[in-house]
Structure formats: C-alpha cells, structure tokens
Design a binder for this molecule. Structure first.
Ligand code: ACO
Ligand code: HSE
Length: 335
C-alpha cells in the first residue's frame, strides 16, 4: 500500500548533544484518516536503514484487517532524521546551499522522538493510540512511552533493549572502523548482517557444496545494495544514534525510568536474536509495570521482525484486541 511522501520544515528543539540547526525537514507518509475524536493515530518508527514507506518493508502488517489498518487507524511513519531518506541528513543541503556532510549534528534517540513530536504537534496530533517499532524503531517506541507516557496509549517494542548494550555498541564500533579506515560502507553492512542473522539460519541456507549462492556472495550483495542506497556519513551517524539509546539516562537509571512508565506495552523478543538477545527483552518486561512479554520463535535472528511478517502481524493484532477488550482477553503465547 503506497502513500505519498510529504515533507515539513520545522524549527527543531535544542538537541541533546548541543547545537540547534535553524531548520530540519522531516519526510513522512500517512495512511487512513484521523477520526473526529483525534484518538486513532498510530506512529510506526523505522529501523536503521528503513524509511517511512511502510508498505514496502512491512506489507504484511499494513492493510485492511491487519495490525495496521487504514480503515480504522490513522497511521504515520517518519523518515529518521540524520538518515538517507527524505528527512534532513548529511546528504541533504543546509540553508547555505551546501551539503550538510560532517556538519550535520549527531542526534540521539531522544532528539529523534522530540523532532517527531514537533511534527505531530504541527499536524495537530497530540495523542498516539499506539507507537510501534523494531530495532532502532523499537528504541524510539520505548522512548516515546517513557518520555510521553501521558500522550501514548500503548507501545509495541520489538527486538530492542532499554539501553544499547556493550555488545551492540561493539558491533557498531567495528562498523565505524570499517567506514573510517577505508570508507567502506559495504564492509560495514556485511559486518552488521552477521549480527542480524542467527548462525543456524546461515548454515541452513548456504550449504558448502552450493558454489553459486554462497554466504560470501550473499554478504557481498547486501553490502553493495546498501552502498547504492545509503550515505556513509548518515550510516555512521545512525550507528551513533543507536549507541545513544538509554531510557535511564538522567532519569535515575533504567529501573526507575521504566518503573514509572504506566503505558501498556507489548515487548516482543525474537528467540534467535543475537544482537538484542532475549535477556534484553526480559529485562524490559521485568521493569515495565504494564508490559506483556511475547516471543517470536523464528530461526533467522534479529531481522526476523522483517521476515516473519505474518506472525508479527498476528501478535500485534492479538495485542490490539487485548487492549480494545480492556485487557480482559488473554493473549496467544506464541506466534
Ligand atoms: C524496519 C525497516 O525499515 S528496515 C528496512 C528493511 N530493509 C532492509 O533491511 C534492506 C535489506 N534487506 C534485508 O536485509 C533482507 O532482504 C530482509 C531482512 C528485508 C529480508 O530477508 P530475507 O528474506 O532473508 O532475504 P535475503 O537476506 O536473502 O535478501 C534477499 C536478497 O538477497 C539476494 N541473495 C540471497 N542469497 C544470495 C546469495 N547467495 N548471493 C547473492 N545474493 C543473494 C536475493 O537475490 C535478494 O536480492 P534483492 O533484495 O536485491 O532482490
Ligand atoms: N536490517 C534492518 C534492521 C537492522 O536493525 C535495517 O537495515 O534497518
């Protein structure tokens, strides 16, 4: 399901890392209509290299009778600022007509959420029925729930953690080294792909005797594809954006920040996720007072939220039914 790309230029709030560009443009797409009560908006937050074009990367969740249903919901998705899509980023022109390049400020997840909030406010949206995201999108969804608990009715946090672990920062560090040492975005993506898949999945897919479709050619393919669609400075900035994620920062730590968040949340973990492993979602669910923890028993690893769309859709539908029924109806345990 396609939706036209829209853009809006904003005066950004002060950024966490200091600095305040005169303007930032946000690119976004909308599906469905706002209802008269203005209480049916669902914000879907993209992951690292994804964009606002939900119909392209999450088609199994968007459509009539699906978890994101434009007949019932007003759905909005916003390109991550600092990235390589329609929102301002290093590859875009600054007001002086020159590309931002290295001058583009490194944003934090909180900055992204506060920019999203400014955009929604400009559009007259002050309440979210639901905020949803996987991976970097899950970090944004969680930050929304913690920071704007009085404006968010529910959150779905998929394959994410309360804060970026040392393990996840280490994967980002070596990707930035690949970028710094040889300007090698393709190599950075290949490194990242290993954190997005479980070894069982790769071992099963790429048998040693298959000389045409090797794991090496699969990695090469993904590296080359990213080179075609992403700005290397944006990519580095977005890895730093992920590393900024910590809902406990300046809030008394993770336990306190989550403990004070009453928002009903579906915490969806992927059992084979090597990047944000099940212990990350367990910790989230332990601290969030109104969390429902569910598992996607999928073999692929972290990227399963993009691959097993039918099952992710079923889990979200079940959570949304559960919310509509005043949480009286029990949830299916597994998809
Ligand atoms: C939330 C967001 O917004 S995130 C944005 C989502 N999109 C991306 O991440 C873009 C990159 N794509 C991917 O990572 C994956 O394709 C996913 C996660 C979307 C789907 O995963 P899978 O179904 O396992 O697909 P897979 O990793 O095999 O990728 C398929 C591609 O690899 C190619 N491929 C598969 N095996 C091989 C091989 N051995 N050698 C060369 N190429 C290969 C396929 O031809 C296909 O190419 P195409 O996408 O250019 O048509
Ligand atoms: N593979 C996805 C998810 C990574 O977290 C992406 O490139 O955005």
């Amino acid at each position: 399901m396609s939706a036209p790309l829209e853009t809006r230029e904003l005066r950004p709030p002060p950024l966490e890392g200091g600095g305040r560009p005169a303007t930032i443009t946000l690119g976004f797409r909308q599906w469905g209509r706002r209802n008269a009560a203005g209480d049916n908006t669902v914000l879907v937050c993209p992951a690292l290299t994804g964009d606002s074009n939900l119909g392209q990367w999450w088609p199994g969740l968007l459509g009539p009778d699906r978890a994101l249903d434009p007949q019932r919901d007003h759905i909005i998705s916003i390109d991550v600022p600092g990235g390589s899509h329609a929102s301002s980023g290093p590859g875009h022109l600054d007001t002086d007509g020159q590309p931002w390049g290295e001058r583009f400020p490194v944003l934090t997840v909180r900055d992204v959420v506060s920019l999203q909030r400014s955009l929604l406010h400009e559009l007259g949206i002050d309440r979210l029925r639901l905020v949803v995201g996987g991976s970097l999108g899950g970090m944004q969804a969680l930050e929304w729930a913690v920071d704007q608990a009085d404006q968010v009715d529910a959150a779905v946090v998929i394959a994410a953690a309360a804060r970026q672990s040392a393990w996840a920062r280490a994967w980002n560090h070596i990707q930035r080294l690949a970028l710094a040492s040889s300007d090698n975005l393709a190599l950075a993506r290949q490194i990242a792909m290993l954190s997005y898949r479980h070894w069982d999945n790769l071992n099963e897919r790429f048998a040693p005797q298959d000389t045409d479709r090797t794991v090496a050619s699969w990695l090469d393919h993904h590296g080359e594809r990213l080179k075609q669609r992403f700005n290397p400075i944006s990519y580095r900035h977005l890895t730093e954006l992920m590393d900024s994620h910590d809902v406990g920062r300046d809030r008394g730590g993770v336990a306190q920040a989550l403990g004070q968040c009453p928002v009903p949340a579906l915490i969806l973990g992927i059992e084979s996720d090597l990047l944000y492993p099940p212990c990350d979602q367990q910790a989230l669910a332990e601290h969030l007072p109104n969390a429902t923890l569910r598992w996607l028993d999928a073999p692929q690893g972290h990227d399963a939220f993009l691959i097993e769309q039918r099952r992710v859709n079923a889990l979200l539908l079940s959570f949304r039914r559960h919310l509509r029924n005043g949480q009286a109806q029990s949830l299916e345990l597994r998809a």
